[in-house]
Design a protein around this ligand. Structure first.
Ligand SMILES: NC(=O)c1ccc[n+]([C@@H]2O[C@H](COP(=O)([O-])OP(=O)(O)OC[C@H]3O[C@@H](n4cnc5c(N)ncnc54)[C@H](O)[C@@H]3O)[C@@H](O)[C@H]2O)c1
Length: 293
């Protein structure tokens, strides 16, 4: 059954979920934004508001478009409020058990024809789909960070994903004004299969004392023409998300070359998760970021 997407549910109002709600609302979709508490939803709404205000300042969107888009987003403290959505994009933390629990609660509430997508960075779409009542209407729609700025979306089909689900999802991403790259369902898909081992190697380079945080980032910016250093990028992605992706690669591909660096594990254990907790490879609590090693 092909559905026309009018209303989108977004689960997880963190940096990715709020970015997804932002671009959906600007593209004219009604959005219900959900998280574990109303505080989290409100903090997501505040960052959407702030990011849209920056777009108005830079004349990317008009003030009227900002107001109209904000009006299209409604907080959904309860998953019941997602019952009338045509597409739900799950963007909660990168933890398979958490995602499974969300799907178990959500599926009985959804319209039978609704499409269920996940923004997972690395977890098997086929395996997640199999835990739902709609594997043929389940797909990976993997946005890049920061969502309003990044042009690419990876579309990942699980083994059971129907052609109609893929086509509706492709049309949805087109309407957001983004480009798609189609990936097969293997651990971490394309972008993170390539990017995360590089970031992990940068952390090993730090761990083994080859260079400091600053010199590693400087080396890759000026020596490889990367717009951001790998450690700066790790902080931006979130070190918990980086670790989860490395674990999925390590376990999913059963190859020691994906072993997460012990220093990455230690930072996550300390709760130093990067920008979102104000401390990671850099300390963001002052006016300028200060390297932590
Ligand atoms: N950070 C990135 O660069 C990036 C890029 C692409 C995809 N992703 C993926 O997007 C997803 C979210 O990542 P993020 O960076 O936004 O993380 P984040 O930590 O900023 O946000 C995660 C949100 O999920 C919420 N959450 C936790 N448990 C929940 C539950 N049971 N129900 C509803 N919400 C719940 C948290 O409260 C939090 O607000 C992950 O799957 C991640 O792999 C991240």
């Amino acid at each position: 059954m092909v559905v026309e997407i009018k209303k989108v549910g977004v689960i997880g109002a963190g940096q990715m979920g709020s970015g997804i709600a932002h671009v959906c609302a600007l593209a004219g979709f009604d959005v219900s934004l959900s998280d574990i508490s109303i505080d989290r939803i409100e903090s997501g709404l505040a960052s959407i508001n702030g990011n849209m205000a920056k777009q108005v300042q830079k004349e990317i969107i008009t003030e009227d478009a900002r107001k109209a888009a904000l009006d299209r987003i409604s907080p959904a403290a309860d998953l019941d409020l997602l019952a009338d959505t045509d597409l739900v994009i799950e963007s909660a933390i990168e933890n398979e058990q958490v995602k499974r629990k969300i799907f178990a609660q959500l599926c009985p509430l959804l319209k039978p024809e609704a499409i269920l997508a996940t923004n997972t960075s690395s977890i098997s779409i086929t395996r997640l789909a199999a835990t739902t009542d709609r594997p043929e209407r389940f797909i990976g729609i993997h946005f890049m960070n920061p969502v309003p700025l990044m042009e690419l979306v990876e579309l990942v089909r699980g083994i059971a994903t129907a052609d109609s689900t893929f086509e509706v999802s492709q049309a949805f991403v087109d309407r957001l004004g983004k480009q798609t790259a189609v990936a097969e369902d293997f651990p971490a898909f394309m972008v993170n299969r390539i990017l995360l081992p590089m970031i992990n190697e940068a952390i090993y380079t730090l761990y083994e004392g080859v260079g400091s945080v600053e010199s590693i980032d400087k080396a890759m910016k000026l020596g490889a023409n990367h717009p951001m250093g790998p450690l700066q990028l790790a902080d931006f992605i979130g070190l918990d998300t980086c670790l989860s992706i490395m674990q999925v690669l390590y376990e999913g591909l059963a190859d020691t070359k994906y072993r997460p660096c012990p220093l990455l594990v230690k930072y996550v254990e300390a709760g130093w998760l990067g920008r979102k907790t104000q401390r990671g490879f850099y300390d963001y609590r002052g006016d300028t970021p200060v390297p932590t090693r």
